[in-house]
Design a protein around this ligand. Structure first.
Ligand SMILES: C[S@@+](CC[C@H](N)C(=O)[O-])C[C@H]1O[C@@H](n2cnc3c(N)ncnc32)[C@H](O)[C@@H]1O
Length: 249
């Protein structure tokens, strides 16, 4: 197996592939005023196995197109939505987020939790805006500095991993400069990282290593996850996922 295949194998049985919670999803949704526009057309980009897609489907009237590059995650989402009787509300689409087959002004809401970094925050805001109707909304979670200054160690780490990491005020500026009016911002609590993401990851380490006969590549993936968790615990006061909700002008 290649590294990417191993990573998919490691993450595909998880409820979520990034920090978050249904409460966070519904909190973001609460900033969106859609009374006049139901039923809604929603795109959930970089949906993974779709924990947030399911939460959305259970709380809106309308159709959600859930997009991911990897069919393994979409298969899980399809199985879950069927089990919950939500299959008529959720359609999955195996596509890259930089090559979406959407038309201009097709959607009421573009949702993306922990995934816009793949295309880049500003690039995504610019590109995805075209798919939104005027008055439509974006709801995006994105890694964000939560304080004005921070220790060098974590600053250097994130600047190397994702140089677009920034403060909420700078992310909101990007949103405003690209034709949106911000309607809400909050950052994810520690429980959305630890209880919902890192703890389940730790619980999968042993099985994953066993399944892959303790291969060097599998061990290096586990070591990488352990280091990420260690950094989060040490520096959690300085960064989180910010959730940005904004209306297309
Ligand atoms: C950090 S995960 C977030 C998943 C989910 N939204 C969540 O919060 O649990 C990022 C997701 O983006 C997907 N992804 C990676 N590259 C992609 C691309 N080019 N186009 C669409 N999705 C992509 C991954 O498969 C993964 O499911």
């Amino acid at each position: 197996m290649t590294e990417i295949e191993l990573l998919i194998d490691f993450h595909k049985n998880a409820k979520r592939q990034g920090p978050g919670s249904s409460e966070d999803t519904l909190k973001a949704l609460s900033f969106i005023s859609f009374k006049t526009r139901q039923p809604l057309k929603v795109a959930d980009i970089g949906c993974g196995s779709g924990a947030q897609t399911i939460a959305l489907a259970q709380n809106i009237e309308g159709q959600i197109t859930a997009v991911d590059l990897f069919p393994e995650f979409l298969d899980k989402l399809n199985a879950n939505s069927k089990e919950l009787g939500l299959q008529d509300k959720i359609t999955t689409l195996e596509k890259s987020m930089d090559d979406l087959p959407f038309t201009n002004e097709e959607f009421d809401i573009i949702w993306s939790e922990g995934a816009i970094y793949i295309i880049g925050f500003e690039e995504g805001v610019k590109k995805w805006k075209d798919y939104l109707k005027p008055g439509g909304y974006i709801a995006l979670s994105e890694i964000t500095w939560t304080t004005n200054s921070r220790p060098n160690d974590i600053e250097e780490h994130w600047n190397k991993e994702y140089p677009q990491i920034d403060s909420a005020s700078n992310k909101i500026k990007i949103i405003e400069e690209n034709g949106f009016s911000p309607v809400g911002y909050f950052y994810l609590p520690v429980s959305s990282w630890i209880d919902n993401y890192y703890q389940p990851i730790e619980e999968r380490f042993d099985d994953f290593l066993k399944r892959h006969n303790n291969s060097e590549l599998a061990k290096s993936i586990v070591d990488g996850e352990k280091e990420e968790i260690r950094k989060y615990i040490k520096y959690k006061d300085f960064f989180s996922y910010g959730f940005y909700i904004a209306k297309k002008i």
